[in-house]
Design a protein around this ligand. Sequence first.
Ligand code: ZN
Length: 93
Amino acid sequence: MKNWNEFGVDVAQIHDCDKNPRLDSLGVLKLNNEDSEPYWALVSVWVAGSDEVSYGEAGSIGEVISMTEIPIVFCPFCGADLGSVLAKKHGPI
Ligand SMILES: [Zn+2]
C-alpha cells in the first residue's frame, strides 16, 4: 500500500479500493484537517520520473510535481458511500 504521508498529506483513513485503476497515483483518502472534521478526498499525485528530470521539470526522480485533492462523498471507482462511515459514527441526525 502506498505511503501517502510521505507526500505531506495527513491521512486519517484509506479506502483501499480494488477498482482504482491507478493505485500508484490516485488515492481515496480521508484527510485530517485542523479546522474541521476529517473529510474524504480523491487525491492525485504526480511524481517525477526520469522523463520529467531530463526535460528539466523536476530536480530529481521521486519529486512531487503536483498534487490535487477533490473532496468527495462517494468513491469514484466503486461507488461506496464514504459519508455513511462518518454518519454511522455520529449516529442518526
Ligand atoms: Zn472504492
